[in-house]
Every structure is written in C-alpha cells, then in structure tokens.
Design a binder for this molecule. Structure first.
Ligand SMILES: [Zn+2]
Length: 303
C-alpha cells in the first residue's frame, strides 16, 4: 500500500499484535466481525462473528516486510509509543485507512469477476456496487496520499488528531469513517450529484483499543474537511457517563462499522437477542451512511 512500493505484501496486524491484541486474547484467540460465508448467508445474514487466532485476527495484506517494520516502528515499540504524539496518531490512522482501501480493492475485484457470470438483467446491481467501491477507493486514496505526505515530511499540520482516555472496554477498531454530509440531495440523481461534487468526501479516522487499564480513542480528520459527526463524537466521549459511552460505542459498531474485533469475554456478555437484532439491522442499513441513524440495540449493556 505504501506509494511506489511494489514488493509483495505480508500479513499486517491493524493494531499492535503484542501490545494490544495479545493482551485481549483468551487462549490466543479473539472475536472478529466478518462477512458471512455466502453459503451461510441465508441462515446467518450478512455479518457473522468468528473466533480467530492471534496471528490472523485483525490483519490484512497491505505492506511488504520492510515497510511494515519501518513505517510503524514508533507505534509498535513499547518504549517509543506515545499515543498523544501527532506523528504516531497519524500512523494509527494511516494503517486503519490502508486496511479499508485494500478491503475495498478486493471487493472490487470480486464484483468484477461476478459481473462476468451473473445474468445480464442483474448486472446493474453489480455495476452500482462497482461504482460505489471505485468512488470510495478514489476518495480514501486522497487521504492516503495526504497522510503519506505527513509520514514522509514529518509535518502533520493538515490533520487534526485527538487522543482520549476512557474506561477500559475490550473492543478494537481502526478504520476511516464517512458519516453524513455527503448525502445526495433529493432533487439530484447519483450521476448528477457525483459530477457536482468536487471536494473529497468528508472522512474521519477512528481508532479504539484497550491498553493497560484504560481504553484509548484516537480520532483524526483533515483540517480542510472537518467532520461534524466526529467533533460531536469527541464531545460525547468527554462528557458522558460510562453507560452512555458504552451505548455510543455500541451504536458506532452497530450502525457504521464492518471491521472490528473484541475479546471473547466481551462477546459472551452480548445478549443473543441483541445479536439477532444486529443481523437484521445490517441487512436493512448496508448502504446507509446518514449522520442521523439511530438504533435501540445495545451490544455492551452488560459490559
Ligand atoms: Zn513496501
């Protein structure tokens, strides 16, 4: 993923394997939210939760050995790790972003293959998914190149980052987020709207992970394209009670995220009825990015 590198990628953990994921694991395993196997979708819905070993959980093929080691050295080494340092905040956001780009690229390849084998009258569905993924990748690549500038020059002024410490919850997130603001006005169709849009979509970056006795939340966004939702989210985390924060995090993973992991003990505390409701909700909401989505599901009620 690093620009202009053509070496083969190895499997990278999106968050520290030793300092973060390992501390959460039970018998070296964690739970990851995954897409259901297509043959089980009828029974399980689109999303599934899978118990995955520490070497494979929350990973992606994104960087060659050299870049994986060199780029992230500061945040992979306990001695140098400083969650309040701008360059390190940027590295967390960058790795989560690259993961999402790679996932979209893989989805795009699958869609293109799919197109050649499905009946012609259904290909418009694939076309629109291809379109969405292409736009998504293009948009995220804008931020990727801005973040890489920051990595290469050491100057991070284009971005706003903030790290918050909250009570520990055994949940891991490292993703870019597109929330609201880019909704298509009712009087425009998609093509028209796409042509009228010149700026990249507002995108923010979010990392949540436990470390020691706390959970840390690192958020970031580009100063030219600030994200309202993220600013409100930061304020809520600062002012809310633990119960409110847990609901806020539950809403986040329920309504907006496909890529997150949690510890086995936390997973076991989620009520089965809530998981069932989550499955149903995901199916309805899969293309909804509105700022104003709400749900009564609370995965972390017993956390
Ligand atoms: Zn490389």
């Amino acid at each position: 993923m690093f620009s202009s590198c053509n070496d083969c990628a190895i499997k990278s953990h999106v968050l520290q394997k030793n300092g973060i994921l390992h501390e959460l694991s039970v018998d070296n395993h964690l739970i990851e939210r995954v897409s259901a196997n297509p043959f089980e979708m009828e029974e399980k819905g689109i999303a599934d939760f899978k118990r995955i070993g520490i070497n494979n959980v929350y990973t992606f093929y994104g960087f060659c050995q050299k870049h994986d080691t060199e780029l992230f050295k500061l945040i992979e080494t306990e001695k140098t790790l400083n969650l309040y340092n701008q360059n390190q905040q940027l590295l967390f956001c960058y790795r989560g972003l690259c993961q999402e780009i790679r996932r979209k690229e893989i989805a795009l390849e699958m869609l293109r293959d799919l197109k050649s084998i499905i009946p012609k009258d259904l290909s418009f569905i694939v076309d629109s998914a291809v379109d969405g993924n292409e736009d998504g990748i293009k948009n995220l690549n804008y931020y990727k190149s801005e973040l890489e500038d920051g990595i290469t020059t050491g100057i991070t002024d284009n971005f706003y980052f903030e790290t918050l410490e909250i009570q520990r919850i055994e949940l891991c997130i490292s993703v870019p987020l597109n929330v609201g603001e880019d909704e298509i006005p009712e009087n425009m169709d998609y093509e028209e709207w796409k042509k009228s849009k010149k700026t990249p979509f507002v995108t923010s970056f979010l990392n949540v992970f436990p470390k020691g006795s706390s959970t840390y939340v690192i958020v970031g966004y580009h100063r030219e394209f600030p994200c309202n939702w993220t600013m409100k989210f930061i304020q809520k985390l600062k002012k809310s009670t633990r119960t409110e924060i847990l609901k806020e995090l539950s809403d986040l993973v329920t309504l907006r995220l496909e890529f997150w992991a949690l510890s086995m003990p936390l997973f076991e505390k989620i009520e089965k009825t809530e998981l069932k409701k989550l499955q149903e909700l995901i199916e309805v909401n899969v293309f909804n990015h509105s700022e104003y989505m709400t749900t009564d599901i609370n995965l972390f009620r017993n956390a």
